[in-house]
Design a protein around this ligand. Structure first.
Ligand code: 13P
Ligand code: SF4
Length: 298
């Protein structure tokens, strides 16, 4: 299967980008694995004709916003993000009508239509930096209320929340973390900023998924409790074979991130199946918000 995929990738002048939560066999065949920010930057820079995205819909859509001349493939159309679905353009327009004018900082985990109504995008790796860069008195952050609350604790900007959340990260409780900590008192606790603020308050570090890989690599400690989707244990262990990683809770599974299989990749490349694109009007508006974020990230 892997040989077949490699051959198809050459024939199509294609690359595979995979999110850190993807299953091991997908990460092993990918040209680049990373967090949302790294994948967006790579999608903007590659000279491949085709980008096959192993992740969820908003990631493929972001690649299409940045690279309209390339073909973007998502091997499973039903791989979505429940949090991204918690804000629609209609809902956002209504909310903006109720608030005084202010910048809208939109998490990349959102649809192109919502990005098109936004001032700037952010990811979990740069949310505080992005909010501070606006030099605004107040901003509205959508759709993740946990990311917004965690960001508010690190900035002087007033942050208006949107009531969205990631079901996988919101599921982690203080009780789960305290239990893991008492079982592994020697371990450091890393939390993703999509976790609830009371969970992040227990963390030694709050990091994006790739931030966790770097933190564990640079730390002189041996074991880490991992407060994010359980797929993260694989790249953490791959990058740090001598260290120990303990899931903060076994229930932190994102079903959408587990949908794509190697045979879906073969099918997608053979038939150019699962193309994701954005209408030009929406793309141009969304591009401005995504480019502003990437400009800051460089
Ligand atoms: P990052 O990899 O950017 O930290 O995002 C986590 C996530 O939930 C992606 O869906
Ligand atoms: Fe969306 Fe959460 Fe799954 Fe990430 S882990 S894709 S935020 S549901």
């Amino acid at each position: 299967m892997e040989k077949k995929i490699r051959k198809l990738l050459t024939e199509r002048s294609a690359i595979i980008l995979a999110h850190n939560y993807q299953p091991p066999e997908i990460q092993d065949i990918a040209d680049l694995c990373g967090d949302s920010l790294e994948l967006s930057i790579k999608a903007a820079q590659t000279d491949a004709d085709v980008i096959l995205f192993c992740g969820v819909h908003f990631m493929a859509e972001t690649a299409s916003i940045l690279s309209p001349d390339k073909t973007i493939l998502l091997p499973r159309r039903d791989a979505g993000c429940p949090m991204a679905d918690m804000v629609t353009p209609e809902m956002l327009k209504k909310k903006l009508g109720e608030l005084p004018p202010m910048p809208v900082v939109t998490y990349v985990n959102s649809s192109a239509d919502v990005k098109a109504l936004s001032t700037i995008c952010c990811t979990s790796a740069n949310a505080v930096e992005i909010v501070n860069s606006l030099e605004a008195k107040a901003v509205l952050m959508v759709p993740d209320r946990n990311l917004a609350e965690n960001t508010a604790l690190k900035t002087n900007t007033k942050i208006y929340l949107w009531e969205g959340y990631c079901p996988t990260h919101d599921r982690l409780t203080r009780g789960d973390v305290l239990k893991a900590k008492s079982k592994h008192p020697e371990a450091l606790f890393m939390a993703h900023p999509e976790c609830r603020p009371e969970v992040v308050a227990l963390a030694d570090a709050s990091l994006s998924t790739s931030g966790m890989i770097r933190y564990a690599r640079e730390s002189d400690r041996q074991s880490f409790i991992v407060g994010t989707e359980v797929g993260m244990l694989y790249p953490l262990k791959k990058a740090n074979p001598d260290k120990t990683f303990i899931p903060a809770s076994d229930s932190m599974v994102c079903e959408d991130m587990k949908k794509i299989t190697l045979s879906d990749i073969v099918n997608s490349l053979e038939n150019m199946d699962g193309e994701v694109s954005v209408t030009e009007d929406i793309r141009k508006k969304a591009l401005s918000a995504v480019e502003k974020m990437i400009g800051l990230a460089k």
